[in-house]
Ligand binder design. Structure first.
Ligand code: F6R
Length: 604
């Protein structure tokens, strides 16, 4: 996904822009570029951009003798309008105005036509270029005023940084796309995400929708949507740069898999009220409102959607609430009836499809809750209540710790709903909560099985196709296991509810299709294991300790700690993550940045 950086200070901007851009690489990109104020001629720009890697562009910059002054903007692009080419890479320039843009300008064709009628010549196929021309057209010595006028004509979403060497400041603005500012010593930074600038400053301002900021080297002037100035709300970032870097692991994904006990602990921290048998969450709903609910509707994408499916089993049992789970891009909001609680699950808080589904649901007047990992993300401004998952920054493109943290948040929410609706007695709730507190330790035991899982992964790494089966709470994890293996190991993989195999997919099972059976809860999956074994498939079973029946039917068994079914789903999730990781590692694939994928999908 596109990433923006900007710098104004007392050091040369170029090296800082390249460094911060590299820290945004995890978002996925296909081209990159920078624009800096020129040293040669006071009112001109040096612009460097191309399709391909940031490191290659940086080499060109160094070869040119590191041109430019102490102010500049930079961008990583993930193509939406026009192919990933040099021409379409940002910054886009009009005269001496350069802009970098993240988001989509929905009315760009209309704007482009009217600009062309005025004689403007376009250099790219992008939607973003119109902004550069509009700002230049309006600029008469007041850059902020020109940007306000230009953005006033734009429909759609944006995070932008704008540089004009005639102006003493840079301008940043956002609507429906993330942008943070950083206050350093004699320097001000902007970026799409905190880790990009964390090695320069820990004093961060998260811009809100409609805000504009004027960046000087020693101050930030913040303005609200009406143009009135606003006080800066500086947030001190407590997590270290190390938290955003690999910390000794070969890949972010492996590091993040190992951070799960901590992520779960943090997600539970301060929320479990053991004595009352209840949970403290900021849901923006009274108990009376919770009791009036008759349905839950969940919208999410990808891995977060699998967390939603997990909640379906959970909420019906713990709170007596039926749950519909929909892929956000297919969400039919007309189904929403009064008494529905809409939950959007999105680790990034910025997934366009999920945000749109949430906006649609709000039109129906239902109560909404967001579950996200990113404080200050767009989803938090839209929902009535938010549950933060506190997994820390996740850099690997494949979601791991954010997924199990979502499951933890849903476990808490299930108890809260069940308790408020008197569906759970205080004793039942207390018992469940006590077990939740043991979950981080149980996950640690699964991590200690890594060598066992690695050996299995390496044995089957060259399989042409994999199957994952599970029932009940484990069905969503079967889907997640298959997604992880597709995503990072590029192995075609299918996830199925155990009972569905005989309704078609069994035709694909042969001696060449390893089947992963998630078998930590219920006995029924054993008959599915027998079905596939009879067709020659090897079965790798993740089962509870001392389950002698599974040992009789599976080819290989990995024992996981015994716990209640919902919690065993979390354990199985960790096991399938390790399986996917070690498979991709054996195949020597770019695990943290799988091909064609982006960490944060901010386009519909
Ligand atoms: C898979 C993965 C994606 C995301 C999906 C939604 O490992 O990471 O499938 O889960 O793009 O992202 P969020 O949760 O940020 O809305």
């Amino acid at each position: 996904m596109c990433g923006i950086v900007a710098y104004i200070g007392s050091e040369k901007a170029g090296p800082i822009l390249f460094d911060t851009l590299k820290r945004l690489e995890y978002r996925g990109y296909d081209s990159a570029g920078v624009a800096v104020k020129s040293q040669e001629s006071k009112d001109s720009l040096e612009v460097l951009k191309s399709a391909g890697r940031i490191a290659d562009l940086e080499k060109v910059y160094l070869k040119l003798g590191s041109p430019g002054e102490t102010v500049g903007i930079g961008h990583t692009r993930w193509a939406t309008h026009g192919n990933p080419t040099d021409r379409n890479a940002h910054p886009h320039v009009s005269g001496d105005v350069a802009i970098v843009h993240n988001g989509i300008i929905e009315n760009y064709l209309e704007l482009r036509e009217s600009l062309e009628e005025m004689g403007v010549q376009f250099q790219s196929e992008t939607d973003s270029e119109v902004l550069a021309h509009l700002v230049r057209m309006y600029y008469q010595g007041d850059l902020a005023g020109a940007v306000t006028k230009a953005l006033g004509q734009v429909e759609g979403s944006y995070a932008v940084a704008i540089l004009c060497p005639r102006s003493p400041y840079l301008v940043c603005a956002r609507r429906d796309s993330p942008l943070v500012l950083g206050m350093g010593k004699d320097a001000v930074y902007a970026a799409s995400d905190v880790p990009a600038i964390l090695s320069y400053t820990r004093d961060i301002v998260r811009m809100k929708d409609g805000e504009m900021a004027l960046l000087y080297k020693d101050k930030i002037e913040l303005r609200d949507a009406s143009g009135a100035s606003k006080p800066l709300e500086l947030e001190k970032i407590e997590w270290g740069v190390d938290a955003a870097e690999k910390g000794g692991y070969p890949h972010f994904m492996l590091k993040e898999i190992h951070e799960q006990p901590r992520a779960l602990q943090e997600t539970f921290a301060g929320r479990i009220l053991e004595i009352e048998g209840d949970v403290r969450l900021d849901l923006g709903m009274t108990d009376f409102e919770i009791r009036s609910l008759n349905r839950v509707s969940i919208v999410a994408c990808g891995t977060s959607y699998h967390a939603g499916l997990f909640a379906k089993y959970l909420f019906s049992r713990a709170a007596g609430l039926p749950v519909d789970v929909e892929v956000a891009s297919e969400f039919q909001h007309i189904q929403l009836r009064p008494g529905t609680l809409l939950i959007s699950i999105t680790q990034s808080g910025e997934t366009a499809d999920t945000l749109l589904a949430l906006k649609k649901s709000k039109v129906c007047g239902v109560k909404t809750i967001a579950i996200t990992n990113v404080v200050g993300s767009t989803v938090t401004g839209l929902a009535d209540g938010t549950i933060f998952t506190r997994a820390g920054p996740e850099i690997g493109v494949a979601a791991t710790k954010t997924f199990t943290a979502q499951m933890a948040a849903l476990l808490l929410l299930a108890v809260r709903l069940g308790k408020a609706r008197n569906y759970l007695t205080p004793d039942q709730a207390r018992k469940m909560l006590m077990e939740f507190t043991r979950l981080p330790g149980l996950v640690q035991s699964v991590l200690e099985k890594r060598e066992e899982i690695k050996a299995i992964a390496e044995k089957y790494a060259y399989a042409e196709c994999y199957f994952f089966i599970g029932r009940d709470f484990l069905y969503p994890i079967a889907l997640e296991g298959a997604l992880k293996l597709k995503e990072i190991a590029y192995i075609p993989s299918e996830g199925y509810a155990g009972g569905e195999l005989k309704h078609g997919p069994l035709a694909l099972i042969t001696g060449k299709t390893p089947v992963v059976a998630l078998a930590t809860c219920g006995k029924k999956v054993q008959s599915n294991i027998k079905e596939v074994r009879a067709r020659g498939a090897d079965v790798i079973a993740f089962a509870s300790e001392d389950d002698s029946d599974i040992v009789k039917v599976a080819s290989t068994v990995v024992e996981l700690p015994k716990t209640r079914p919902a919690l065993s789903a979390v354990l199985c999730a960790v096991a399938v993550q390790l399986l996917a990781y070690y498979t991709a590692n054996k195949l020597n694939l770019p695990i943290d940045k799988p091909r064609n994928l982006a960490k944060c999908v901010t386009v519909e």
